[in-house]
Design a protein around this ligand. Sequence first.
Ligand code: MSS
Length: 363
Amino acid sequence: ADEPKSLPDYAAWKERNALIVHSANTMETQRGAIGNGVITSSDRLFVRNNLPAPPASVTDNPDAWEVRMEGVKNPRTLTVGDLKQMGVTTVASVLQCSGNGRAFFPHGASGTQWSVGAAGCIMWTGVPLKDVVEALGGPVDGTRYITSTGGETLPDGLDPKTIIVERSVPTRAMETALLAWEMNDEPLTHTHGGPLRMVVPGYYGVNNVKYVKNVAFTENQTDAKIQASGYRVRDVGVKGAPDQPSMWEMNVKSWVTSPLESGQSGRNMIYGVAFGGTVPLEKVDVSVDGGKTWKQARFLGPDLGPYAWRPFVLAADLAAGEHRIVSRATDVQGNTQPEGRIENERGYGHNGWSDHGVTVAIS
Ligand code: MSS
């Protein structure tokens, strides 16, 4: 058997036993470690880096970190210290990798084989992007995207466009986006993008650019590979291209977090988490017979707003034997999780309820 991988230095502070270490750049939360909390503790949150993370020293003097603001009437370079004078808000939002659930695709979608744990619900604190943009005169006319650039040092000898983490989201995201310097009430670590991170509530992880050094209102999407052909939904066997849907707003999703393997006959509490992406959640139904019959679960804990997840619970009387336990979330617009997968080349955006179920042996 393979030696269990140890945590890389930049994530050494994490709770090793709560994580599955796929590689030095990819770690997911164990399904059984997600728990019933509304907020994911930082030491259990998944990590995904497309490039090696910058050194820990980037957060030595966080207030001095600079971000260039472009595509606004009065372009400027601002420090985190400046941003802290411009406004502050806290938003609870699910951070989820586009490829969460990829492991369920039978065609062997390439990329990290995430199961359910490339997701967490986080309290982000920072300045609303809107406040910063208004202070700089508003976006330049004709701009349609907000393009954020990550601050990693790029390796020599490669075309920067092929590796840089630079993502464009539609300008409608300006209403809710923030430039965050705190995660779960603590200064943002370099592991998760400190000193400053673009947070786009309800959008897939990749749009939440870490160590953000440039934010530009642009007419077009960036031609960086991670935008142009990466993170695009297309049929199996098809190459990524700019005309395919980009991984922006997340879809409605849920999964069971307990029990996962076994239990005693009689009353069992079935727990899980559910969220609606950018649309508030309406309800979660749970089935203990693989989707033949459903019962509505009860939400647990406070509602921290449309972008947060909601832990849920259903008390079910289970007889001895095997039970296939599945959950199905529905948002207030009536979008509900499909039963199956939407097959696609890179295994993005999987919210099918069947694959996300668990088979539990009750004795
Ligand atoms: N940012 C930067 N700068 N870099 C990188 O790499 N990645 C992405 C985001 N951002 C990156 C960034 C991804 S891809 C994800 S998921 C996220 O991030 C994660 O986070 P964390 O904090 O957990 O690590 Mo997929 O869609």
